[in-house]
Design a protein around this ligand. Structure first.
Ligand SMILES: [Zn+2]
Length: 339
């Protein structure tokens, strides 16, 4: 299990609405150098596809339910695919979680808690770890965890932790298949998410879609990206040589909360000019919030950033109005499976 920094911890009662992210740029540049040092990999033999980690994000829930009935569409010849509803009780109730956010509990500390915890998601953590994680007979090589957001982020692949060559090539493969204009990459340097149970974890996050609803186009895009990801692994295992590539990704610079009063109550909402502007350049002085009295509040950062997850419904409880990101390049050398 990877060590964890949680960039999403709630900030209840804080008045300051900008929190600088704890990940360091130097660390991430070092990741890039690491990538250049590992040109080959062994075949990827076990792949998990999870839906319903958040029980009200319905594209993944219904895709996984479909594949549980017939796994043929996600079956490939060179690896085993397992599909799973991660949080079945939350899916049953169509809520994000029962007791706590399952996508924030994958820590070594929590794995030391009793399996019969009164917190449902801790019990589920142990079950998923035994299926896919270091607690399994054989840890999974890859997990794709399917999510939706109410934000207008379109097609988003989330890379977790220290990325390796295969991560970069998988990203490049999907990007080439669906086109850069609607496909964005978000690199989280560390995670407490479910997909971190596997050796390589990816979030496939598609929006906008209101939680508890299905939008056909969003469902189809999630299905298409999942197929491209599986096809990449199949080609890799079959010995295809992928030429050196560079992809654009986004990395968190700041976590920006809503303005709040001394009791932690919101005093403003996302500005109409900022709503749905995910990934578009945000410059210092641009409007980001509109107070309930009609006052515009501007972005006070010192550089142009690229916002994401603007006005995501489930982030209100986490003290997050949007993430301010920077663009980075991820490069990988020629990739070929290790014979
Ligand atoms: Zn989610």
């Amino acid at each position: 299990m990877r060590s964890i920094i949680c960039p999403l911890a709630p900030l209840a009662g804080q008045l300051v609405h900008v929190v600088r992210f704890t990940g360091s740029r130097r660390h991430l540049h070092a990741d890039n150098q690491h990538k250049m040092a590992s040109p080959t990999l062994k075949p990827l033999k076990r792949v998990g596809i999870l839906g319903g980690t958040h029980g009200n994000e319905l594209s993944g829930v219904y895709l996984v339910k479909k594949w549980l009935k017939d796994k043929t569409p996600v079956t490939r010849s060179t690896f085993e695919t397992t599909v799973c509803i991660s949080n079945p009780r939350a899916v049953e109730k169509c809520v994000r979680y029962i007791d706590t956010d399952l996508n924030r509990v994958f820590t070594e500390e929590n794995l030391r808690l009793p399996k019969d915890s009164s917190i449902y998601e801790i019990t589920r953590l142990h079950e998923l770890n035994a299926m896919f994680g270091p607690g399994a007979r054989e840890q999974y090589d890859v997990i794709f965890d399917l999510h939706n957001t109410t934000a207008n982020i379109r097609d988003n692949l989330i890379l977790i932790g220290s990325t390796c060559d295969v991560d970069v090539h998988l990203t490049n493969h999907i990007s080439q298949k669906i086109g850069d204009d609607r496909f964005k990459v978000f690199h989280l340097p560390s995670t407490v998410g479910v997909c971190s149970a596997a050796k390589s974890g990816f979030g496939i996050e598609i929006g906008p879609q209101a939680h508890g609803t299905l939008v056909a186009e969003v469902y189809q895009r999630m299905e298409e990206i999942t197929h491209h990801a599986l096809d990449f692994i199949e080609k890799f295992n079959q010995g295809h040589e992928f030429p050196e590539c560079t992809v654009e990704a986004h990395r968190i610079l700041e976590k920006v909360d809503f303005p709040r009063d001394k009791d932690g109550e919101l005093t403003a909402m996302i500005h109409p000019k900022f709503q749905d502007k995910d990934w578009e350049p945000l410059n210092p002085g641009d409007p980001i919030f509109l107070s309930f009295n009609g006052e515009t509040i501007s972005y006070k950062g010192d550089t142009t950033v690229y916002p994401a997850f603007i006005n995501e419904a489930s982030y209100y409880e986490k003290g997050l109005a949007f993430w301010a990101m920077e663009k980075v390049k991820l490069t990988a050398p020629t990739l070929k499976v290790q014979e």
